[in-house]
Structures are given as structure tokens and as C-alpha cells.
Design a protein around this ligand. Structure first.
Ligand SMILES: C[S@@+](CC[C@H](N)C(=O)[O-])C[C@H]1O[C@@H](n2cnc3c(N)ncnc32)[C@H](O)[C@@H]1O
Length: 273
């Protein structure tokens, strides 16, 4: 008999195939990284890196990049991309943002986590770990979706939650990382003074060659949180209702006449260590 306990956080992200969604985020990943003033040899950690939407462009700019992600399929996809692109300054390994025990203290000049660490459990441990592995004088840059924001991802998660079972006791919503007071409290507890934390509203644009409804179909088939919402909705006979709500959302938010381009607002957090 197996005594292995299921890690729901890991299972959620290994479900489906986030690389399919990441395809629509590459342009914004590159744009974000190009604004980080990376220099060759800079030691960069990308936490919750997926298959490398930000890790790959960081390595292409000459940084020494390690991507850490809880999902083994995304780590494998990231390593395959690094090999294919001939980037020997980029590697990916499995790890949990709440407990980066395999990484030494103060090892990185820059720690990036774009819509990654926000999904890990135990946010105070996440802040502590991100601070611990950053060298004094280094930076942490997080991208976090904002609760109640009217743009795409916050709305997908809001609509989906209405169809999903109540989360277990003690569950802290990832969206709390999009609230400045929470971010300050978490990093302050990890020893960072308030004046070392800066906030900015920024935009990620989802670009997809097909229609908005086809992009929704990618989310429905490959994005763990949306897959779970559809499973729960289907068990309640509300699948068509969820489909209609999300289809309206994707189409309303599209700004392209010929394909799909949907801008989504996020909270960019910069911590000076
Ligand atoms: C929305 S995706 C973003 C991926 C990537 N940063 C990007 O911009 O494409 C969230 C990522 O966080 C990862 N993740 C979730 N929980 C995590 C945890 N506890 N530790 C490390 N990574 C985690 C998921 O596996 C997934 O790759």
C-alpha cells in the first residue's frame, strides 16, 4: 500500500499542459524580461517558471538562469526548450516556492516569479524563501494577478470559483498576493522594510492566432484551474453555463479584429534586498 500523500498544488499544475497557455504569453514574457536590466552572468532564479516564458528570454540575454517549478511536466518542457535553443546557461528543476530547501542562502542576484509563487501554499513561507535565496543588494520581482480586477485572468478565476467546490479550511487564495497590504505584511515578516517594496500596475497580453473562443478552448482543455472548474460544473449540470460565462468574457476582452489579443492587468512587486 502506498503511503504517498497527494500534493494538491502539484497535481493541479501537472494536470493538463500549461505549455499550451504559455504560448500566448511569450511576447509579454520577453517584454517584461527586457525591462529588468539583465547583464551577462547575472544569477537569476525564476520561481514557478513553467516552461520558461521569462526564464528563456533571461538566458538569451546572457544571465545564468535556474527555473524552479512544482510541476515535473513543465520542468521537462523547460529543459527541452533550453536544449533546443542551445542555452547551456539555463536549466530547470523541480521545487516548491514554499520550501526551496535545495537552494543555498543568498545565491541569486535576481529572483523572478511571474504568476508562479503566488500559487504556492503558505505565503509567509514563500516570502521568507524568496528573501533567503536573494543576495543582499539583489532584487525580487513578482507578478501577481489582482483580486476583483476586471481583466482576463482575475475574471477567469472569479467566474471559475463560483462553479468550484469550497476550498479546504486554511486555504489562502493565491489572489491575496495581488493586494499590496498582504505583500507588505509577508515581506516585512521575512525581514524586508516597507520602503524596500515597490508596486506598479503592469499588463500582460495574451496573443493567440485563433479566435477568443478557441483560446478559451485551450484553457478548458489544458489549464488546470479551468479544467477543475469545468469538472465541478459538469458534476452539477452547469457546464454550459460556465462555458457561456467564460466565452462572453474572452470575446468581450479581445482587442483584435483578426485573431486574439487580450490585455490583463497585474500587480508588479519589486523588492530590494
Ligand atoms: C500561471 S503558471 C505561470 C508559469 C510561468 N511563470 C509563466 O509566466 O508562464 C503558474 C506556475 O506556477 C507553478 N507553481 C504552482 N505552485 C507552485 C509551487 N508551490 N512552487 C513552484 N511552482 C509552483 C505552476 O506549476 C506553474 O508553472
Amino acid at each position: 500500500m502506498s503511503s504517498k500523500t497527494t500534493n494538491a498544488n502539484k497535481a493541479l499544475w501537472e494536470k493538463g499542459d500549461f505549455t499550451r497557455i504559455a504560448q500566448s504569453m511569450r511576447d509579454s514574457g520577453e517584454a517584461l524580461v527586457s525591462g529588468l536590466a539583465l547583464t551577462p552572468g547575472l544569477r537569476v532564479l525564476d520561481v514557478g517558471c513553467g516552461d520558461g516564458t521569462t526564464a528563456v528570454p533571461a538566458a538569451q540575454l546572457g544571465a545564468e538562469v535556474l527555473g524552479v517549478d512544482i510541476a515535473s511536466n513543465l520542468v521537462a518542457a523547460g529543459n527541452a526548450r533550453a536544449r533546443k535553443l542551445g542555452l547551456d546557461n539555463l536549466s530547470f528543476q523541480e521545487g516548491d516556492a514554499s520550501d526551496l530547501h535545495e537552494l543555498d542562502d543568498e545565491q541569486f542576484d535576481l529572483v523572478v516569479s511571474i504568476f508562479g509563487a503566488m500559487f504556492a501554499p503558505r505565503p509567509f513561507d514563500v516570502a521568507k524563501e524568496l528573501v533567503r535565496v536573494t543576495r543582499p543588494g539583489g532584487r525580487i520581482v513578482m507578478g501577481n494577478w489582482i483580486p476583483g480586477d476586471p481583466t482576463l485572468v482575475a475574471q477567469i478565476l472569479r467566474i471559475s470559483s463560483a462553479y468550484s467546490p469550497a476550498p479546504p479550511d486554511g486555504f489562502v487564495s493565491p489572489m491575496t498576493w495581488g493586494v499590496e497590504d498582504n505583500v507588505v505584511e509577508r515581506f516585512s515578516t521575512a525581514g524586508v522594510p516597507r520602503e524596500s517594496i515597490a508596486f506598479q500596475r503592469d499588463t500582460y497580453t495574451f496573443n493567440y492566432p485563433g479566435s477568443p473562443s478557441e483560446l478559451l478552448s485551450e484553457f478548458r482543455t489544458y489549464y488546470g484551474p479551468t479544467m477543475n472548474a469545468f469538472e465541478a460544473a459538469s458534476a452539477d449540470g452547469r457546464e454550459a453555463e460556465l462555458q457561456a460565462a467564460l466565452d462572453a468574457l474572452f470575446n468581450e476582452q479581445n482587442t483584435s479584429d483578426t485573431a486574439t489579443s487580450i490585455p490583463a492587468t497585474f500587480l508588479r512587486v519589486t523588492v530590494q534586498r
